[in-house]
Design a binder for this molecule. Structure first.
Ligand SMILES: Cc1cc2nc3c(=O)[nH]c(=O)nc-3n(C[C@H](O)[C@H](O)[C@H](O)COP(=O)(O)OP(=O)(O)OC[C@H]3O[C@@H](n4cnc5c(N)ncnc54)[C@H](O)[C@@H]3O)c2cc1C
Length: 372
């Protein structure tokens, strides 16, 4: 095992394993654990040292993220959403934005959120209605964002708004908005199928005044900022799914060896072995495609977007299959609250939806291969 994986495992065993159920089932210890993970560099594994990062490759960051998410989906999702904000600024932000915000984000002193979706505009972000109107040195933002991960927890929001409403995707601009800016308010909190302590809420913007130097990149570049950021986010989402599969398989192997029926461990039955073999195959093929996609990022490859979508689609779909098989191996107990596999099955479904649904990933893949 490589060093980053060893370190992540050690930290997870020490810091997260003893309180895993408190975090996932009761929402306890979240801010303090995040702040420890921030100090240790888990918010910025692949960011350059000059911006407060650890300075490793994206592939190493992904390997670390797989391990972290096998221990805690909630914290791994919080850090993933945070990193969408950091990546937007890192990829497109001015030196001033990087200096002012990225250093703090990378150390976990600021928590970020990435706010693209609106109540009526998810898969089609070109239809967003939030507006940003220039008024001398400020933009004035009005609108409602939906499903914002880290809403309320975050003190920095990357918000996408229309600066040229007639121009669809070409009329969107990305802004850095500080969480305490007057007019920004966290609204309705979603009660989800899983991850009850992952904050997801609407964010309303009422005459929110944002300095024009807080534009990420330049005006009307926001759609590109979002898509390029999501290429990286999708790989991290896929990594999260690999972590879930790793955990589901670990739990299933242990249970299959311990649980006896018909006078022998259920692991002796070939149908259970067939499930375990299928799970291992889906886990390892997903891991490989996720690592391939992450190397595309490290190599700055032109087909990064294609591989990011393939990894997101394949790994998240596989995670639903793997966690479903895990609950089957657990029999009735797989359906009972308190058993980890029951929780993993519900969590896995989320990964098929976020950061662009799997239908959208298939559209991206098809578009890429048809245009060649
Ligand atoms: C837990 C969670 C966390 C989230 N966090 C964030 C966040 O931090 N920031 C953020 O901006 N958003 C976030 N989202 C929102 C998420 O990105 C959207 O839910 C997702 O993009 C889908 O949008 P939608 O819900 O509006 O579904 P819709 O776009 O309405 O889609 C409904 C269905 O139609 C399908 N569909 C839509 N268009 C097409 C098409 N052209 N071809 C084929 N099928 C299509 C979809 O695939 C889906 O099956 C989060 C969502 C969840 C559940």
């Amino acid at each position: 095992m490589e060093k980053i994986e060893e370190i992540t495992k050690e930290v997870c065993k020490e810091l997260i394993e003893p309180i895993e159920r408190d975090i996932e089932d009761k929402g306890l210890y979240i801010p303090e654990t995040l702040s420890k993970l921030g100090e240790l560099g888990f918010f910025s594994v692949s960011f350059p040292r000059e911006f407060g990062g650890v300075g490793l490759t994206f592939e190493e960051a992904v390997k670390s993220s797989i391990i972290l998410s096998s221990y805690t989906s909630t914290l791994s999702m919080i850090i993933g959403a945070h990193q969408l904000a950091s990546f937007s600024i890192f990829l497109f932000g001015s030196d001033m934005l990087k200096e002012k915000y990225l250093l703090e984000l990378n150390k976990g002193k600021l928590i970020g959120a990435f706010s693209l979706t609106e109540p009526h505009a998810g898969s089609d972000p070109s239809a967003i209605k939030t507006t940003a109107v220039l008024d001398s040195d400020y933009y004035i933002l009005n609108g409602t964002k939906a499903f914002v991960t880290n809403a309320g927890l975050a003190n920095l929001y990357v918000i996408f708004a229309k600066t040229n409403p007639e121009s669809g995707a070409r009329g969107i601009t990305a802004f850095v908005v500080e969480g305490n800016t007057p007019g920004l308010a966290v609204g309705h909190k979603e009660e989800k199928m899983a991850l009850p302590y992952l904050p997801n809420a609407t964010v309303t913007l009422k005459d929110v005044k944002v300095p024009k130097e807080n534009v990420i990149g330049r005006a009307n570049l926001g759609f590109i900022v979002a898509m390029k950021t999501l290429e990286l986010g999708r790989i991290l989402t896929a990594a999260g799914s690999v972590g879930l599969m790793e955990r589901a398989l670990r739990e299933s192997i242990k249970y299959a060896k311990e649980r006896t029926q018909g006078g022998q461990p259920i692991a002796n039955y070939q149908m259970i072995q067939s499930y375990l073999a299928e799970m291992k195959t889906l886990l390892e093929t997903s891991r490989e495609i996720v690592l391939t996609a992450s190397r595309k990022k490290d190599l700055n490859a032109s087909d990064l977007g294609l591989y990011s979508s393939i990894a997101k689609y394949y790994a998240t779909k596989s995670a639903v299959d793997v966690t479903r098989l895990a609950t089957q191996i657990f029999g009735g107990y797989g359906y009972v609250r308190g058993y980890t596999v029951e929780r993993l099955y519900r969590e896995a479904k989320m990964y098929e939806i976020v950061e662009g649904t799997n239908e959208i990933q298939k559209l991206i893949i098809a578009n890429q291969i048809l245009k060649g």
